[in-house]
Design a protein around this ligand. Structure first.
Ligand SMILES: C[S@@+](CC[C@H](N)C(=O)[O-])C[C@H]1O[C@@H](n2cnc3c(N)ncnc32)[C@H](O)[C@@H]1O
Length: 419
């Protein structure tokens, strides 16, 4: 049997040895208390006699609310301080009372955005939040991406909400955790991040959330140590660790390029420089040599268009709807991704499922390329393209499920045997 009770997270002492799974407030994302008053004043009229304790006040409590609201705390910096101190206290209470045999799980669905404080030092919701988790004596031992929110929920549009929630799995940090050098931290990141990211991608984390989700496994490395110090003995801050994790994420994505065919690797560099716009033939030719392909081959492969002196990548809308991968003898991963987008955007998931069924197991690496292209398009601020790549990954599980109901094309007739 469950029971509900109301108390301030920073000072609660509900029970000891509990299993904790919490969805904390996200920095300054939502003013819950102010919002609650809108409903509370009406609820209070009908519930005051039933819940006299809860409805004792005229409006809901505001002062204890763990949200970094500048107007309540006398400016941005003070609000950040309040959030950090309060969250550290709340996390410490949880760490003390959590059952030692079970990890504490913390839902986190806040997209990092930079804010400048009055003294000019940049700070973020994530950084402040992670700082609090670490100060409370937790180490992060895992990151689970979870599909928890409806894509059409009201907060989803135009806000800093993530498309997927991330669950940070925390355990108390070992008392004998050692101090590591910055180099050791980087080496561990390089060893562990590739597998962790592949795991997140297999979990179909939305490309828009990948950089955010990568913080988890990166922080798992950082929090394993009592602290990380540089060559001068200065402590590596959460902010610096986050920057290194982000840099490493870029390198891991670049390494994944090794899985792609030559035409796709050419297209990636070209897309980075030109998007779908025209570029010089000479540059395309030069690049094709470096990537061991040729411009003529790329045209034959059905991914670029030529006119005298100019080359450009074909947009998904320009690709042939009658395309059949079975008869395509120069099939590239680039082509797969863009045909999947063409079919998804023109005919929905069912149409994309037909393309996927025709591609068979070869298509798995296409999702990897879509992640890659998303991060590239986002970096270049090409919003429309970023949306397409993100959309393909988000629809992926549904496309795969639908494609399972489609029969594979019959094998070509075999040669008669003369034996
Ligand atoms: C991200 S929301 C949780 C949303 C919830 N999972 C749901 O689906 O409705 C964070 C919650 O923490 C509450 N909160 C803020 N400060 C608090 C404090 N000091 N003690 C306890 N709860 C607090 C907010 O009122 C808000 O309801």
């Amino acid at each position: 049997m469950g029971f509900a009770s109301l108390s301030d997270a920073s000072s609660q002492g509900i029970t000891v040895n509990k299993v904790v799974s919490t969805d904390p407030p996200y920095y300054d994302n939502i003013g819950y208390a102010d919002l609650s008053d809108f409903f509370y004043i009406w609820l209070r009229r009908s519930l005051r006699l039933i819940y006299p304790d809860i409805c004792a006040t005229l409006a809901v409590p505001k002062a204890e609310e763990l949200v970094a609201t500048p107007y309540r705390h006398g400016g941005k910096e003070k609000a950040e301080r309040f959030f950090l101190d309060g969250m550290t206290q709340a996390m410490s209470r949880l760490a003390e009372q959590a059952h030692p045999s079970f990890p504490t799980t913390i839902y986190y669905a806040f997209k990092q955005s930079e804010t400048k404080s009055e003294t000019g030092t940049a700070s973020t919701g994530w950084e402040t939040f992670l700082d609090a988790v670490i100060r409370a004596g937790f180490a992060i031992s895992g990151t689970w991406p979870m599909r928890t929110e409806l894509s059409n929920r009201m907060i989803g549009s135009g806000t800093n909400a993530l498309a997927s929630s991330i669950v940070l799995v925390c355990r108390p940090r070992h008392a004998d955790a050692r101090i590591a050098t910055r180099r050791e931290f980087l080496t561990a990141l390089k060893t562990e991040l590739p597998a962790a990211l592949a795991h997140l991608q297999q979990g179909n984390i939305a490309p828009v959330d990948l950089a955010q989700a990568a913080i988890g496994p990166g922080m798992a490395v950082y929090t394993r140590f009592a602290k990380v110090v540089d060559a001068e003995g200065k402590m590596l801050t959460v902010r610096e660790a986050l920057a290194l994790i982000n840099q490493e994420l870029g390198e891991v994505l670049a390494q994944q390029e090794g899985d792609f065919d030559a035409d796709t690797r050419w297209a990636l560099v070209w897309f980075d420089q030109n998007g779908f716009a025209e570029g010089e033939y000479g540059v395309a030719e030069q690049l094709s040599k470096a990537k061991t392909t040729s411009v003529a081959g790329l045209v034959k492969g059905g991914i670029v268009a030529l006119r005298p002196g100019k080359v450009r990548l074909l947009r998904p809308t320009e690709l042939d709807p009658a395309w059949d991968p079975a008869t395509d003898n120069r099939l590239s991963i680039w082509e797969m991704v863009h045909h999947l987008i063409r079919s998804l955007e023109s005919g929905g998931e069912a149409a994309a499922a037909r393309v996927l069924a025709a591609l068979g197991s070869k298509a798995e690496v296409a999702r990897e390329l879509a992640y890659h292209l998303y991060s590239l398009a986002e970096r270049k601020k090409r919003a429309a393209e970023a949306l397409s790549y993100n959309g393909l990954v988000q629809s992926w599980p549904e496309i795969v499920a639908l494609s399972r109901d489609i029969l594979p094309p019959p094998p070509p007739p075999s040669q008669p045997s003369f034996l």
